[in-house]
Design a protein around this ligand. Structure first.
Ligand SMILES: [Fe+2]
Ligand SMILES: [Fe+2]
Length: 275
């Protein structure tokens, strides 16, 4: 006799609440599977788009040691993408067909502002649509986005899907090295009077972009993720943890943390307010 989906959901939620991990796709309900696939696709697409943004910098890095550092960071990101795509394949996603559909090198103009929107049909986190045009951009990406990803993936370490949780160890170790690479250069360029101002300008440009990757506070979607323990914190909590952490790195480099007003708190200019 077919169980009602509602009942299956309730049973699965209870199991998760008891601390059991989901291991077998056969134990998933439709709602669980759909949300899990969505989150893993966002990660996998972001890893690949991130890698492709780094690739040109293998050739443009300032010296051979840095060419190697960039190449190994790009390799790590492709590996992260591959690992998560493999998990998606195990859930029946046709990954090969999927990656053929998208252009992961797609980028917007350097002054374009996406807010919370994507520029393409893939599921990457939208900061990966912005171009890395300078070495300072590259460094800022390590400092800000590798770090932001690390904070977001902290939730995956505690998520209810066993196979995803277990690949996080290796991924997090590599992200920590990317962040350290960024922080070393941030200090070097931030403390050098010849490059300090350019670096601050680059930080100001990337700041709203990285703050937006965490999403709005208290969304309906986040509540669903938390219900299934696919995330364990609200978007705003993750953003705050990131800010506390990155502020130390920014200040150690003699730079200033830019101010940020979320799009959703901007007061509309007069005449723009909808009735
Ligand atoms: Fe990564
Ligand atoms: Fe990374």
């Amino acid at each position: 006799m077919a169980e009602r989906e509602e009942d299956r959901n309730a049973v699965l939620i209870e199991k998760i609440r008891q601390g059991e991990l989901v291991e077998d796709p056969a134990d998933m309900t439709d709602e669980y599977r759909e949300n899990l696939i969505h989150l893993m696709m966002m990660e996998a697409d972001s890893e690949i788009a991130g890698a492709f943004g780094y690739v040109p910098w293998i050739m443009k890095a300032p010296n051979p040691a840095e060419m190697l550092a960039v190449a190994s960071i790009a390799r790590d990101e492709v590996r992260h993408g591959r690992v998560v795509y493999k998990l998606l394949e195990n859930l029946g996603v046709d990954v090969e067909d999927r990656v053929k559909q998208f252009d992961f090198t797609l980028r917007v103009g350097d002054q374009d502002y996406l807010g919370q929107q994507r520029a393409g049909q893939d599921q990457r986190v939208n900061i990966f649509y912005y171009p890395i045009d300078t070495w300072s951009d590259f460094i800022m990406f390590n400092v800000l986005m590798d770090r932001a990803a690390g904070h977001q993936l902290d939730d995956v370490v505690h998520c209810s899907y066993g196979p995803w949780r277990r690949v996080m160890d290796g991924i997090m170790k590599e992200e920590t090295m990317h962040i350290a690479h960024g922080d070393t250069w941030l200090k070097r360029l931030g403390r050098d009077p010849a490059t300090h101002d350019e670096l601050q300008t680059t930080l100001n440009l990337w700041w709203p972009r990285v703050m937006n990757v965490f999403g709005r506070p208290k969304t309906r979607r986040n509540a669903i993720y938390q219900k299934w323990q696919l995330k364990v914190r609200d978007n705003d909590e993750v953003r705050q943890a990131f800010v506390d952490d990155v502020t130390k790195a920014i200040e150690a480099a003699g730079l200033q943390v830019p101010t940020w007003i979320p799009d959703w708190e901007q007061v509309p200019e007069e005449g723009q307010a909808a009735g």
